[in-house]
Design a protein around this ligand. Sequence first.
Ligand code: AMP
Length: 220
Amino acid sequence: MQKPLRIVLTGAPGCGKGTQARILREKAHICHLSTGEMLRAEATKDTPFGRNLKAALDRGEFATDEMIVDMVSRRIDEPDCQNGFILDGFPRTLPQAFALEKILSSKYIKLDCAIEIQVPDEIIMERILGRYTCAKCGEGYHDKNIKPKIYGVCDKCGGTEFIKRADDNRETVKNRLVNYRQLTYPTISYFEQKGLLRCVDGTGSISATAGKIAEILGLQ
Ligand code: AMP
């Protein structure tokens, strides 16, 4: 049996973390933990908390460190994470990075590495504004780059309804990029200082980037 892999996937919004995490999940048989997905699920609840959270996400604002850290800490204790996990979108601030270190050491778990997917801002904007997913299975598409083989029909499940994320609009993306630079970028230097950082060029095709990540992790 393969040794558990514990990985952080990081990079700007729209760099392809979610897509690559889903590919890696299948290749390495490990759990994909996306804090963005967890928050979006919370935000669909018709409660004062859910409504406030939705409004904050729609503006591109971060959730509080305390809430996120608690959510991740509880999630990695679940049985499906025992074989390893990919953290997608976490840590997003330095306090979250410090908290992750504490959480993992208290559970006697070691992080294998943090992989930064590097993509310039001009490409990020184009990728985010064009992306959408199948409402039924979550398969990702793009207006220009990744179209379904049959117009309006999901390649994977045959679904005919598609959705766009409410925070994938130009204004919100600008906010998300500012937050990324101010709050998330310092976590990359933090991983570098710890000797855990690996970088991949994310400007090529999905499969090219997936190949580079697999090579770093010794998976083929
Ligand atoms: P993502 O799906 O990773 O692009 O995340 C969508 C949104 O969820 C982000 O723009 C943030 O508002 C929020 N979010 C996701 N992960 C975190 C985190 N670790 N800390 C704070 N906010 C987060």
